[in-house]
Design a protein. Sequence first.
Length: 366
Amino acid sequence: MSTRLIPKGRFNSNNSDSRSGRKLDDGIDFSTNDDPRQDDTRDDDINDQDSATLKRNSVSGGNATAFGITDVGLRRKSNQDQFLIAQLNKSMLVSSTSLPMDTQSRLFGEVQGQLMLVADGMGGHAAGERASSLAVDHLVGRLLNSMHWFLQVDHDSEQAFVEALKELLQDAHARILRESSENLEQRGMGTTLTMAHVVWPRLYVVHVGDSRCYLVRDGIAEQLTTDHTLARRLVETGGLRPEEEATSRWSHVLWNVLGGRGEGELIAEVRRAELQAGDYLVLCSDGLHRYIEPPMLAEIIAQRDSPESVCTELVRVAIKGGGEDNITVIVAKPQPTSPAEAPLKKVKKQSDSSLEDTHPLDEASI
């Protein structure tokens, strides 16, 4: 297997983005600004979440609660991170009925699963943001057309499900490479991608890059993913001491991302865990985990009573620690899902719509 060495371009990018929010669409404004070394450090109070937090999305209800925050940080003028939180359920569109309900109504079943994504883009001229946005957008589109895989996974079909997860990443990888090859300013753009899929009590994590997923149980935070950096690889081969990894210049050089230069094979890391009541999941970009070690993460969770308050405190700590990069985090407290035979509980007109045992399942090229 050949190795792709990809510096994380956001550390010396010259991107500019005045948007305060993000949509899953292709309407990205590409622009540049002055030398990033002259970026103004943001002066706002780090406790002022209204000004510090650029994008928020929360999911709560039924049998699962999750909250996410992404913040531009103190040094960057644009945010190349993306996150997504979604509840998965079945639905039907009623076109005609004798029942006392409007036609063209959509009926929703109980929540049967949960999906969480964090992506951290890299590349100049807004290409990093485009790469991370494109990856999440593409995965959502593919997911909606293969929902049956994500609502129920049994032992007999687990390997096929893992292959489906790999195929999702393969398609996103190809999509990013295809677009970057057609636009010189986007050449070489790439993104990390860490996705957690919960169908209680199973957790599947699929991962590329150096964003992370933690499982927090009984006061201990366990990192479920591996950083796909050259520094981590050097530690694993004995070329670097573990205590030198965080400060090594190779800690920001990725050998495995979606997109990039397209050299070598894409490696999909897939891990499965059995969840227990009281577990927390944390997905985050390196703009957060560089400032917060696992013991501190577990302590912050133990001291707060909701995913939202945990997210807010984690971002505050990362900003206080320096906020040199974009900061993104999702905190979730999965709960057992309702029985599949539960009655439909939501009717919505279409017109209204605008760690006891954790182990790697596979780590093979796709």
